[in-house]
Design a protein around this ligand. Structure first.
Ligand code: URA
Length: 446
């Protein structure tokens, strides 16, 4: 089969067979199909889309390009959560120990910061000594002992995605529902979870800028995941404002500890509890949907269990145990709390009296790349001690000159570069903004 014929068929709006998709994906991994043809094919998919069947075939072929984590022999239920990426989104750090404290096993395989969105691995690696490179044996051992483990994608897991994602990044083909679905789902199925909760972010700070687009992605993830035999929940949450009061790497570890101590900001806790609760529900239903595994029957009951896991201190204890298990220095981490800050600092103050109408998550995320929170290329380094501490958030009344945020950069030049975006991100007006829901819509296939 000639790659050019497959490209032409998709370019003209045709539906590709599994063999035709395999010719591109497998051909790319084996080196038979050159990058320029795969780029053209990606652009054709970007504009023409894929049917549900094509998306499921692409996901399955990508999954089969590598190996899967083997969790057999460990008692489940195994449930993971995946976010499509946001700003200040440290939910994974808080939710994994909460879900584990409630009896769910969480095999969490996370990513790094890219563009304006943050990455769980970079946050965890800001803890001195913490390693996110676990081999399969240690991943299994830690999940069995502590209820959860946090690792990065290994080279053996979905190698096709590693290559395709890098190519999409430089060919402007990231924002495609079938390509994102296959990329995310192939990795999540490979890590061994039986059930998955997707946090599909919607708004300026997300890949999906509108609720309609987020809903298309959530439906695609849920439907395709279900076709692969998984129990799936898609939760669409708002990413117009940064989540929580802190954005950064170690700053977000600090805020996660605050949350596990029961002192988390309301917005962050609302999203975390909702997603964790769905994990418990997804764990609790067997394939026939009748609650055989018995973790929780409905999302309200599950939320109460999650709240109890925090109030009792059990989730915090599991977080600390995981830090120790993965090589982190808990004593140093706790000493760094509140003081591990770059000395290059600037204050964002209210330009006028009124109300904070919004703090634009996208602009904060982009500014964060200059500061050293995030990166433009996967090979760029990030800084652990930079970012934003917000003193006032959307809806707060401010007098002219009130402190809205303290901003830490890796050096003065980074603060200079970030500052126009930081200043533009803040909008202050005479009227209080209307409240908007954080959890916008939920789609379930349990
Ligand atoms: N995250 C992924 O892992 N893949 C995508 O395609 C987009 C976000």
């Amino acid at each position: 089969m000639r790659a050019v014929d497959v490209i032409m068929k998709k370019r003209d709006g045709g539906e590709l067979s599994r063999d035709e998709i395999a010719a591109i994906v497998n051909g790319y991994v084996s080196g038979e199909v050159p990058e320029y043809q795969v780029s053209a094919w990606l652009m054709a998919v970007f504009f023409r889309g894929m049917s549900f069947r094509e998306t499921a075939d692409l996901t399955d072929l990508m999954l089969r390009s590598g190996s899967r984590m083997d969790l057999s022999g460990i008692a489940g239920p195994f449930v993971d959560k995946h976010s499509t990426g946001g700003v200040g989104d440290k939910v994974s750090l808080i939710l994994a120990p909460i879900a584990a404290a409630c009896g769910v096993r969480v095999p969490m395989m996370s990513g790094r910061a890219l563009g304006h969105t943050g990455g769980t691995l970079d946050k965890l690696e800001s803890i001195p000594g913490y390693t996110t490179r676990l081999d399969e044996a240690r991943f299994r051992e830690y999940i069995e002992r502590d209820g959860f483990a946090m690792t990065g994608q290994t080279d053996a897991i979905v190698p096709a995605d590693k290559r395709l994602y890098s190519l999409r990044d430089v060919t402007a083909t990231v924002e495609s529902v079938p390509l994102i679905t296959a990329s995310i789902l192939s990795k999540k199925v490979a890590e061994g979870a039986e059930a998955l909760v997707f946090d599909v972010k919607s708004g300026p700070g997300a890949f999906m800028k509108t609720v309609d687009d987020a809903e298309r992605l959530a439906s695609s993830l849920v439907r395709t995941g279900q076709a692969m035999g998984k129990r799936i929940v898609g939760v669409i949450t708002d990413m117009t404002e940064p989540l929580g009061d802190k954005v950064g790497n170690f700053l977000e570890v600090e805020e996660s500890i605050d949350c596990l101590e029961g002192r988390g900001p309301a917005d962050l806790m609302e999203v975390t509890y909702r997603l964790a609760a769905w994990m418990l529900v997804a764990a609790g239903n067997d394939a026939a949907g009748n609650g055989a595994a018995g973790v929780a029957q409905d999302v309200e009951a599950a939320t109460r269990l999650c709240e109890k896991a925090v109030a009792s201190g059990k989730a915090l204890e599991l977080f600390m145990r995981n830090v120790r298990t993965q090589g982190g220095d808990v004593d140093r981490m706790m000493k760094m709390r509140g003081s591990f800050r770059s000395r290059h600092v600037r204050e964002l103050r209210a330009p006028a009296a009124g109300y904070v109408r919004s703090i634009d998550a996208y602009k904060i995320g982009l500014a964060g790349v200059y500061l050293g929170v995030g990166r433009n290329k996967t090979s760029d380094p990030v800084a652990p001690d930079v970012g934003f501490v917000f003193e006032r958030r959307k809806g707060a009344a401010v007098a002219k000159g009130d402190l809205v945020a303290t901003v830490y950069g890796k050096d003065e030049a980074s603060l200079d570069a970030a500052w126009p975006l930081v200043a533009e991100a803040l909008s202050v007006g005479p009227e209080a903004p209307a409240a908007s829901p954080l959890v916008i819509k939920e789609i379930t296939a349990l």
